[in-house]
Design a protein around this ligand. Structure first.
Ligand code: ARG
Length: 302
């Protein structure tokens, strides 16, 4: 992220607008800022010009503020340096996991690489704890791709792209467990990954929520008898069911009354330029078959 570059752009634009206003020029945009010119509408510029012309002191202040808005809308700080830093938590197969070379891989990683290609930026991945992702967006990382469910609570701090996958919480049980419906979860010791929607779901049934940084650790503890069940998203639950075949079963949360969830990419709040860029890329990826390829490679292969 290049604060300096963004600030420079803003300043350059502000100066251009001031010059334009002073000269009574209706065309408030400078010729030397193509990225901004492309996306700011002429009408907007006219309004800005009019507003700024209403008083000299006010004019310079307004123009500077408007220029800042225009620069924000047109050039995402996150993309300006040509590198998109994506946060994930690679403990969530098949969406993200650490591959044999120690690198984060999985559906979401394929998805963000494809988005990077569409946007012409390099993608670097930061693997971190799931619970740290939301607060790291806009500082340590530009965006997060982590099978992250859109929730009203998270939407207070970040914006979400269009959603790209529907999920639901599953209940993983020891093969011989008698848990079968929502009322059976009351008061049980439930293992979850910290800060996930599985965590929030478990809280509705019991005070005994055991929180882990990795969902697989919760499953291992369940196998060792330390928790009664684990609540985690469908696809990872199915992966774990395969991995611990015969020892655990994964039940569809619909059977427990759990609501469907939507995965989306989390973006810094208010970065409309980035939001639009990511949504545009997602749309292309869906239209040109890349998305279906990723589903085949990562999800259906499981
Ligand atoms: N969908 C759930 C949530 O948003 C779990 C996501 C966990 N993702 C991960 N990469 N560990 O809370």
């Amino acid at each position: 992220m290049k604060k300096f570059l963004a600030a420079t752009l803003t300043l350059a634009l502000a100066m251009t607008m001031l010059t334009a206003c002073a000269g009574g020029d209706k065309q408030a945009q400078g010729a030397d800022e193509p990225a901004v010119q492309e996306t700011a509408s002429g009408e907007e510029n006219q309004e800005k010009t009019d507003a700024a012309a209403s008083g000299e002191q006010e004019a310079s202040q307004d123009a500077a503020e408007d220029a800042e808005d225009a620069a924000d809308a047109a050039v995402s700080e996150a993309l300006a340096d040509g590198v998109l830093t994506v946060g994930t938590n690679a403990e969530f197969p098949p969406f993200e996991y650490v591959d044999d070379n120690g690198e984060p891989d999985g559906f979401d990683m394929g998805l963000v690489k494809a988005i990077g290609e569409k946007l012409g930026v390099e993608v670097t991945v930061e693997n971190m704890e799931f619970d740290s992702l939301v607060s790291s967006i806009g500082n340590k990382i530009d965006i997060a791709a982590a099978g992250m469910t859109v929730t009203p609570e998270r939407s207070k701090t970040v914006d979400f792209s269009d959603s790209y996958y529907e999920a639901v919480q599953f209940v993983i049980l020891p093969a011989d467990s008698e848990i079968a419906q929502a009322s059976d979860l009351e008061g049980k010791t439930i293992g979850v990954q910290l800060g996930t929607t599985g965590d929030f779901t478990a809280e509705e049934f019991t005070e005994n929520v055991s929180r882990y940084n990795k969902a697989v650790d919760a499953v291992n503890d369940m196998i060792n008898g330390r928790v009664d069940c684990v609540i985690v998203d469908r696809n990872p639950a199915m992966v774990f069911e395969n991995r611990f075949e015969g020892q655990v079963v994964a039940l569809d949360g619909a059977q427990f009354g759990f609501e469907p969830e939507e995965y989306a990419i989390a973006i810094p709040k208010g970065d409309t330029a980035l939001l639009e860029a990511v949504n545009g890329a997602l749309e292309e990826i869906k239209a040109d078959g890349t998305f279906d390829e990723l589903v085949k490679t990562y999800i259906e292969a499981e």
